[in-house]
Design a protein around this ligand. Structure first.
Ligand code: GLA
Length: 723
């Protein structure tokens, strides 16, 4: 619900449990409050600062102290705000000062579309959008700050439309998407890492000055995820305040927290300004990507569930979101580049015998690719390995009652490829400069329509010909020597944003052409795990690290923002190919069950015991995957010995608890694992015994000791239903 009191200059945005109060003061709009839902009466003091309140009529000349302290909803640069700004525009005379004045507002029941970008949508849900109009007459720039509320959620979607209403072009040097202002002691939580070690949680006090994370490599990156949470020092999983920003964007980004001299903290998120500048011609508009704002007064658990529900209901469009996904075997860790038709069909036969649903042919099926030095861009069958062709292979696989999935790395080109020999200019490069290789490959210039057309045609042909049900879209290197000859010199900094717009356009086109396609995004593991990608694919490969103990930690970190149902998770062999660790075969399954579930191993080498265990694992998947897909997720415990989580059905009548003993401890104390999300008075059945929900949540469930490292238990608990 949006309430506007024009006279008092108050805009109150109410979600189910939160409210955000914006206030117009002296021609500027500030964020007065964002937190738990409250009623309020007196409003005059809101957004005033205790240092030199700016009252132009009474205290002329205090503009600087005003702007440096006022909680601007969209902080601009140039007239006294020396904190990080959200907006900076260079005008025809070379100046870059802007002073956005509030000139009006409107509301809309239709969520305004953000052209060419992924964005939250309003499936089966009423929404309301508040649009604030901020204007700078000298620059001729109008900013429309939009906040969309969703009836079924506490998440608020924010984006900004910038319009050049002047006669001359202007250069947008910075156009962030969102800014929040908070007071009091805070801690910043970010998800950081590297390849095979993605999204580990870091929690640090917010200190004076700027703390920021971001990406400059063209993708949202393994290093930092485009998400942050800000919490109180006392906030835990189940109590305390938590605010968040999640970026619906997959390119270069920045997210920062800045504590100022008044001990107030502003939080900003947007496209990274170091690699961005946009020429906005007269009459044209620029749309920022969307940020998902979130607030929970009851800890990080509820905070995450707010995001999970929102992402599942309003970001992931795919029909697969609500469907049981086919259980696949992926050829990568099974065979790497070393396969031929016989081996593939043998793998397919074994997959079928084990009860799997799909064979995914990963890297190495195209051009003459036998290792990672060649053929990216040549999206036609490798006849050395599959002489019968893709159509034939597709038919053979389907004849076995299996679906067929295929790996592509569309954005890449190998120098040793037919495509490169024909179109060397399609590789991203700066004329006269060496191209820096990574994994022996170069990046295609996705800003060029002819590149996208080529990719669409070659991918669509194969998908059509071989009746492909699933595509794994990979992206295995970072971008260097960013440049495109299609833009003039002063517009080169548009490259990175145009690149990701190109990626989005191609994914959109493929999904429009093949609406049933199950798309899984991937970037050298989880290097592009973000809400932008989830708009196109219902799942993203979480990490190349498939070791169950490491994966449990990666998946738990990822769950801070993203629902488990979108995390690509497979069972692989031991010793694990990334870390060499041995974990129990069932533990690997228990971890994969908290994601999309599948296999990534040579099934032909399974022992008889493992084949039996696969039957058992598949039974678990079919029995419980609805809980991963639709249930609510609770992080129960994480320390160096144990990790435990829980899924609870939407009606609270069924729960699945996973307990992993990462490392055994001698002479363990007896453990009671406190569950969450149950009905206190409900009677729950487990192991032939009856427990009340209250007792399971307050006293906990006894967990019998486990022997060894990397072992686990899966506990299924149901509510006793009265007749
Ligand atoms: C990336 C992916 C892997 C696999 C390889 C193939 O590393 O994350 O899953 O597809 O590429 O080259």
């Amino acid at each position: 619900m949006i309430r506007i009191d024009e006279k008092k200059g108050i805009f109150a945005l109410y979600t189910k449990h939160t409210c955000m109060i914006l206030k117009a003061c002296d021609g500027f709009v500030g964020l007065a409050y964002y937190g738990e839902k409250i009623r309020f009466a007196e409003t005059d003091y809101l957004c005033r600062t205790d240092v030199r309140p700016f009252t132009p009529d009474k205290l002329p000349g205090e503009g600087v102290s005003f702007h440096s302290a006022f909680p601007h909803v969209y902080p601009f640069y140039g007239c006294g705000n020396y904190r990080e700004s959200a907006f900076r525009v260079e005008q025809a005379d070379g100046s870059d000062t802007c002073c956005f004045k509030y000139i009006g507002c409107s509301t809309s029941k239709e969520k305004p579309k953000i052209p060419n970008l992924p964005q939250s949508f309003t499936r089966n849900c009423n929404t309301e959008t508040l649009i604030l109009y901020l204007h700078d007459a000298q620059a001729g720039v109008l900013a429309e700050i939009m906040y969309t509320l969703f009836q079924d959620s506490d998440v608020i979607a924010q984006d900004v439309k910038i319009q050049n209403q002047g006669q001359k072009p202007v250069m947008l040097r910075r156009a962030f998407s969102s800014c929040l202002h908070l007071e009091g002691d805070l801690e910043l939580i970010t998800l950081n890492g590297t390849w095979a070690r993605e999204r580990h949680v870091q929690r640090e006090p917010v200190r004076y000055g700027v703390q920021s994370i971001g990406s400059l490599n063209g993708a949202s990156s393994h290093t930092h995820n485009p998400f942050l949470a800000v919490v109180r020092p006392e906030t835990t999983e189940t109590s305390g305040e938590a605010w968040g920003m999640a970026f619906v964007y997959s390119g270069n980004f920045i997210a920062c927290a800045e504590k100022d001299y008044q001990e107030k903290t502003q939080i900003l998120m947007g496209i990274h300004p170091d690699t961005f500048c946009w020429e906005l011609e007269s009459g044209k508009s620029f749309y920022t990507p969307e940020v998902l704002l979130n607030y929970s007064p009851r800890g990080l658990g509820r905070f995450s569930r707010n995001y999970h529900d929102f992402i599942r209901n309003h970001i992931i469009r795919s029909k697969w979101q609500y469907q049981e996904r086919p259980v696949l075997v992926n050829s990568w860790e099974a065979a790497y580049f070393d396969f031929d038709t016989d081996k593939l069909l043998h793998l397919a036969d074994t997959a079928l015998a084990c009860g799997l649903d799909m064979l995914v042919l990963d890297d190495g099926w195209f051009g003459h690719r036998d290792d990672d030095t060649t053929s990216l861009g040549d999206w036609f069958v490798n006849e050395e390995k599959i002489p019968e062709g893709m159509e034939w292979l597709g038919e053979e696989i389907q004849r076995r009652n299996l679906k067929f999935g295929l790996w592509f790395e569309p954005e890449m080109i190998s120098q040793d490829s037919e495509l490169f020999r024909k179109h060397p200019e399609w590789a991203v490069q700066i004329p006269g400069r060496d191209m820096t290789l990574s994994r022996n490959q170069c990046v295609l210039d996705m800003t060029r329509p002819e590149v996208r057309n080529y990719l669409f045609r070659s991918m669509a042909d194969i998908i059509h010909e071989a009746d492909i049900s699933y595509v794994k879209w990979d992206m295995n290197r970072q971008i260097t020597e960013a440049y495109t000859p299609t833009l003039p010199p002063h517009r080169q900094k548009e490259f990175f944003h145009r690149y990701i717009l190109g990626v989005y356009e191609l994914q959109e086109q493929l999904l429009k052409t093949f609406p049933d396609l199950l798309l899984e995004n991937c970037a050298g593991g989880g290097g592009r795990f973000d809400c932008g990608m989830l708009y196109y694919s219902p799942q993203i490969w979480c990490s190349d690290n498939t070791d169950a103990c490491d994966r449990a930690e990666i998946q738990l970190g990822t769950s801070l923002c993203y629902p488990p149902s979108c995390m690509g998770a497979h069972i692989s062999v031991c010793p694990n190919h990334t870390v060499g660790r041995n974990t129990d075969f069932m533990t690997r399954a228990h971890v994969a069950l908290a994601g999309t579930f599948g296999y990534e191993m040579d099934l032909m080498r399974l022992t008889a015991k493992q084949v039996k265990q696969i039957q058992e694992q598949l039974k678990l998947y079919h029995q419980y995957s609805h809980l991963t897909r639709e249930g609510r997720f609770y992080r129960l415990m994480q320390n160096k010995y144990w990790i435990a989580w829980q899924f609870v059905s939407t009606e609270h009548t069924e729960t699945l608890v996973t307990v992993i003993q990462i490392r055994n401890q001698a002479n363990q104390v007896r453990k009671h694992l406190k569950l969450q999300g149950l009905i206190p008075e409900g009677i729950y059945l487990f192991d032939g015994k009856r427990y009340t929900g209250g007792q399971l949540m307050k006293i906990g469930l006894p967990i019998a000791p486990m022997w060894g490292d990397g072992v686990s238990r899966l506990l299924h608990i149901t509510m006793e239903l009265s007749d």
